[in-house]
Design a protein. Structure first.
Length: 287
């Protein structure tokens, strides 16, 4: 998979440390333009989801653009996610729909997007059973080769322990919000102990952290952009990231992470920002 740094998954496959986030990327032309910029800048991983409603456009863009860069399907790592509306007995159908929208024979990674079920309250007692049904469906498609790795997203330590206790195939990846203000200490430790790859989303705090005074100071000291500092903070700890931008220059800028290092002092200062701040959805109440 080219020369991009990767992390080793418990399936034996390698996942790029840098992937393109695609939440709120929509429309055929915009998706094509951003995927083009990403492939040109060295991105080899793409993160979508049924709820992003861009799987079809991402699939078309990749099919049309991979040959331009001398790449094939095997050179890229594509992730999608099960929509909360398909959690439970519709999970197999949901995964097959994602594959068909993307026009792919297999996904490199498929995640349960959310521990709850759409239309059910967070404390609905059917939530754990629906999660288990979804996981069994994902295990089936994994065994058939359609989902090369399976995992979860937005799971709390309790959800992850429940899954690890009851699964036949352990999750390869946990994708959660992670940035200097949200260190996710317990989840990271649990992933480390159980061989689950911890992957970050919203590394820029959905954009909010780009104006943080400390981030700005570190960026100025390193002669880097605030986005590069935030992404480097995660990847320097071995945590894969998925920055999203609708602007080709920013997509390029966000990929320039390998030619600099944050000093220990800067890493520690950023790590001290942890205050449990979430910018995205919070799964803490889902039973
Ligand atoms: N599993 C989940 O539940 C979940 C939840 C959230 C996100 N994700 C995944 O993670 C990806 C990233 O998370 P995210 O989209 O929430 O947020 P993010 O990557 O933390 O931040 C994206 C925001 O930052 C701006 N931005 C990006 N690069 C920039 C730069 N170099 N300079 C200035 N502004 C910049 C973007 O604006 P412009 O677009 O205008 O440049 C956008 O508003 C998503 O796209 C998705 O693939 C997963």
């Amino acid at each position: 998979m080219d020369s991009q740094p990767t992390v080793l998954l418990n399936t034996g496959a390698r996942m790029p440390l840098l992937g393109l986030g695609t939440f709120r990327l929509c429309g055929r032309e915009d998706t094509f333009r951003i995927v083009d910029a990403a492939l040109a800048s060295g991105y080899r991983a793409f993160d979508t989801a049924a709820v992003y409603r861009n799987e079809e456009h991402l699939g078309v863009a990749l099919r049309e653009l991979l040959p331009k860069y001398g790449l094939t399907r095997e050179d890229v790592f594509i992730t999608s996610k099960l929509g909360p509306k398909d959690q439970g007995s519709r999970a197999r159908e949901g995964a097959l729909h994602s594959l068909s929208q993307l026009g792919l024979g297999y996904l490199d990674l498929y995640l349960i997007h959310w521990p709850g079920t759409q239309g059910r309250g967070v404390s609905d007692p059917s939530n754990p059973g629906n999660r288990a049904l979804s996981w069994a469906a994902l295990e089936g498609l994994h065994a058939q080769g359609s989902l090369r790795a399976i995992g979860v997203s937005n799971y709390t330590p309790a959800h992850l322990r429940e899954l690890l206790d009851g699964c036949a195939v352990p999750p390869a990846v946990l994708q959660v919000e992670f940035h200097p203000q949200l260190a996710q200490g317990e989840l990271r430790r649990l992933c480390g102990e159980t061989g689950v790859c911890f992957q970050a989303y919203s590394s820029l705090g959905t954009g909010a952290l780009l104006q943080d005074p400390l981030v700005l100071r570190v960026a100025q000291a390193c002669q880097r952009t605030p986005a590069q500092v935030l992404l480097r903070w995660a990847t320097q700890q071995g945590v894969p990231v998925l920055p999203k931008s609708c602007c080709p220059e920013r997509v390029r800028d966000n990929a320039r992470l390998l030619d600099f290092q944050l000093s220990l002092e800067h890493m520690e200062a950023l790590t001290k920002m942890d205050c449990g701040q979430k910018y995205c959805w919070d799964p803490a109440g889902v039973v």
